[in-house]
Design a protein around this ligand. Structure first.
Ligand code: PGA
Length: 254
């Protein structure tokens, strides 16, 4: 059975103390309220990673993730953070290829393929984001876009390596806009992704792959989204900044 995951993406929010306070609330609630096998992942800014990982010790339902990593192992890349550094904080996951990174930092599939390799080589699990823009959906190119993002970003991986990857489908038009994909629209793409993965890696690998939905997910719409057969959880932006909302989304899998 593939893992159910609810990952929070704090983006560039929360100073150090605010982040610790939010995370402490989340931990307390998780201890009392989460009764299923799901995993909560908190993807914070780099400055919080080590402290959150320390606080999370002993909580097997919580893991920590970063939001980006550099493609090179180390060296003269002022201002960047390596996968090895992230691993040394105790974090377990790294979001790669979020649409904001693609849009504002020029990250393309070729670069993301390299980042994926470096992240995997350092024993971290990528949460690899894919998704179409509004123009691409209106032009009915969304299936092609998804297919290309998967192929160019991930298909150089062996089946064993791919087993470490979590996919997040985030339609760009739904991120931070309050416009969620309907559960049918999301399920349609998730089923397409799983069919593509079956063709590439076989049924067993495809069946074991966790595919998250992201884009204006909240405690109200999460139950219907997560009830779809190919939606295995969520990547949550805005709602992950409120402990109550985030926990209510995590608890959908209780
Ligand atoms: P949102 O963000 O939930 O605020 O739409 C999702 C994301 O960007 O991962």
């Amino acid at each position: 059975m593939r893992k159910k995951i609810v990952a929070g993406n704090w983006k560039m929010n929360m100073d150090y103390n605010e982040g610790l306070a939010l995370f402490s609330e989340i931990l307390n609630m998780i201890k009392d309220e989460v009764t299923g096998q799901q995993q909560a992942v908190v993807c914070s800014p780099f400055i919080h990673l080590h402290s959150l990982a320390q606080l999370a010790k002993g909580y097997d339902k919580v893991a920590i993730g970063a939001q980006n990593a550099h493609q090179n192992e180390s060296g003269a890349f002022t201002g960047e953070t390596s996968a090895k550094m992230i691993k040394s904080t105790g974090a377990a996951y790294v979001i790669l290829g979020h649409s904001e990174r693609r849009q504002y930092f020029g990250e393309n599939n070729e670069l993301l393929a390299k980042k994926t390799d470096t992240v995997l080589a350092n024993g971290l699990k990528p949460i690899f984001c894919i998704g179409e823009t509004l123009e691409e959906r209106e032009a009915e190119k969304h299936f092609d876009v998804i297919k290309t993002q998967l192929a160019e970003g991930l298909y150089h991986l062996s089946a064993e390596q791919f087993g470490q990857v979590v996919i997040a489908y985030e339609p760009v038009w739904a991120i931070g806009t309050g416009k969620t994909a309907t559960s049918d629209q999301a399920q349609e793409i998730h089923a397409f992704i799983r069919a593509e993965l079956t063709a590439k890696y076989g049924l067993e690998v495809a069946d074991d792959t966790t595919i998250l939905y992201g884009g204006s997910a909240n405690p109200k719409n999460a139950p219907e989204l997560f009830a779809q057969p190919d939606i295995d959880g969520g990547l949550i932006g805005g709602a992950s900044l409120k402990s109550r909302d985030f926990l209510d989304i995590v608890k959908v899998f209780n």
